[in-house]
Design a protein. Structure first.
Length: 203
């Protein structure tokens, strides 16, 4: 490996170290309570080192959210290969819930952590997230077109299903399911989503 390649690898390793530390601190303390100095101290470097890679905390947040959005996309979009729209919708929802449970920190960062929406909407992660959401609503529309739902209000149907899935995952991510045995929590969430989808047929 040449000098240039080694230096680039070292840069990528440092970026990864910074992002991993920031994600952990955002989850533990909340976005507003974390500073560049906190991140630097957690990896035992000076704040000046952080600024060599990211101009401010917002840029770190942007990088993390883009990564989270990409992982989410890769997790849910295999559902696109399913031809039948109803089966595609069910599989998309199942994968959405599964993503949140397998990657709670990333889900928290995308959908729960408070961050300025004006900033997020100008970032690549927003474009990526909207593309996935458009696929979801288009799948709901296909189900409406084929009369899987009694209602023709695609927007409300999609919003209702998303709200339910988000609620399930949020309870899990923020550890608010402790009244249920740990080994049953994921199964319970998946069964609940399957139930709401079945109920939606009568909407």
């Amino acid at each position: 490996m040449g000098i240039i390649e080694r230096k680039e690898r070292e840069k990528e390793e440092m970026r990864r170290l910074i992002l991993d530390a920031a994600l952990r601190l955002f989850r533990e303390k909340g976005l507003d309570a974390v500073s560049i100095r906190n991140i630097a101290e957690s990896i035992e470097y000076s704040p000046a080192t952080i600024y060599l890679y990211y101009k401010d905390k917002s840029e770190i947040l942007s990088a993390l959210q883009y990564e989270a959005a990409a992982v989410k996309r890769d997790h849910v979009m295999p559902a696109a290969a399913i031809e039948n729209p109803w089966e595609r919708l069910v599989e998309f929802g199942r994968r959405y819930v599964d993503f949140g449970m397998k990657h709670p920190d990333l889900y928290d960062l995308l959908f729960i952590t408070r961050a300025p929406m004006e900033f997020i909407e100008n970032q690549q992660c927003w474009t990526l997230g909207m593309a996935v959401h458009s696929f979801f609503t288009e799948t709901v529309q296909a189900c409406v077109d084929q009369r899987y739902f009694k209602s023709t209000d695609t927007e409300t149907i999609a919003y209702t299903l998303w709200c339910h899935a988000h609620g399930l995952v949020s309870l899990f991510v923020r550890e608010r399911m402790r009244m249920y045995p740990e080994e049953k929590r994921q199964e319970l969430a998946q069964k609940s989503f399957a139930m709401i989808v079945k109920m939606a047929e009568s909407i």
